[in-house]
Design a protein around this ligand. Structure first.
Ligand code: SAH
Length: 269
């Protein structure tokens, strides 16, 4: 077994890096620790999905550097981001690397931490509110509900899932949340159907959570491809696959029935 001191280690005179989870895009969902780190920053490297509208106010003393990646193009490569981060920290700056959501959920945060360690730079990570949970919530969808789903799996749609993964998700029978899933929706929906997930399983796609143009498209596993195409669904979006999607619709008869059945089930245990 090995033990390590957590948090900041390394030279005092050198700068530091703080990876800050910026939440799903609303400044109110920044943590107090995130606001404090931004306020003290000399340099902020920020992403497209990080809350960046009010950055000048949140980080009044900082040079703001946009390293955001747009789908299909990479203005600053991952290696380039890590180099910038290290370079500024070695020059004695307090660097904040502001990332969308939580730094450790598909954010390549761990790679950036390793880059700091390799260069002897003190690094801390401030957790953020992940879009995986907050964006469905913004659309009224809880990921768990007693008697309906007692687990959720967050997957990246960046690359298609393997047959084993598709079979596992189907067997588990709980809520599936997909980030970066718009491009691979065809293989995901067809794969889950092929592995026996019911065709009528509800699916919600929530685009641009917490923005003025947030939009939710609700469908079923067998119709979602056609419905997403009709609606013109685009990234960034969070997909939710599971019975919990019905809970977003107050007054819906199917949802009422589902909740009634869930309550019976819950009382039984
Ligand atoms: N670390 C981030 C996720 C990075 S992956 C987090 O914890 O939230 C980027 C993906 O997150 C996007 O493709 C999209 O699926 C999702 N995402 C992040 N913010 C979002 C938002 N405001 N609305 C919809 N999807 C969002």
């Amino acid at each position: 077994m090995t033990t390590q001191n957590s948090g900041t280690t390394g030279s005092v005179s050198a700068g530091s890096v703080t990876l800050v989870g910026g939440g799903p895009g609303a400044a109110e969902l920044l943590t107090v620790a995130a606001v404090t780190a931004l306020h003290q920053a000399d340099v902020v490297l920020f992403d497209r999905l990080a809350p960046n509208d009010e950055l000048a106010l949140l980080a009044p003393g900082a040079t703001l550097v946009d390293v955001g990646k747009r789908a299909g193009s990479h203005p600053v490569s991952q290696a380039g981001i890590e180099e910038l981060m290290v370079e500024h920290a070695l020059a004695g700056k307090r660097v904040v690397r502001l990332k969308g959501g939580d730094p450790y959920v598909f954010g390549r945060g761990s790679e950036e931490v390793i880059a700091c360690h390799r260069n002897g730079i003190a690094v801390t990570v401030i957790s953020g509110v992940t879009s995986a949970i907050a964006v469905p919530a913004a659309a009224g969808i809880p990921l768990t509900h007693r008697g309906i789903s007692h687990a959720f799996t967050v997957i990246s749609g960046h690359a298609p899932l393997t047959d084993n993964e598709l079979a596992g998700l189907t067997l588990l029978g709980s809520t599936v949340v997909v980030l970066m899933g718009v491009g691979t929706l065809p293989t995901l929906s067809q794969g889950l159907l092929r592995h026996g997930m019911p065709a009528h399983m509800p699916v919600a796609i929530i685009e641009r959570g917490f923005s003025a143009t947030q939009r939710t498209t609700v469908s079923t596993l067998s119709s979602v491809l056609a419905d997403a195409a009709t609606a013109g669904v685009r990234s960034p979006a969070v997909l939710v696959i599971g019975e919990v999607v019905r809970l977003a619709f107050r007054g819906d008869a199917a949802a009422e029935d589902l909740v009634a059945r869930a309550a019976e089930f819950a009382v039984a245990d």
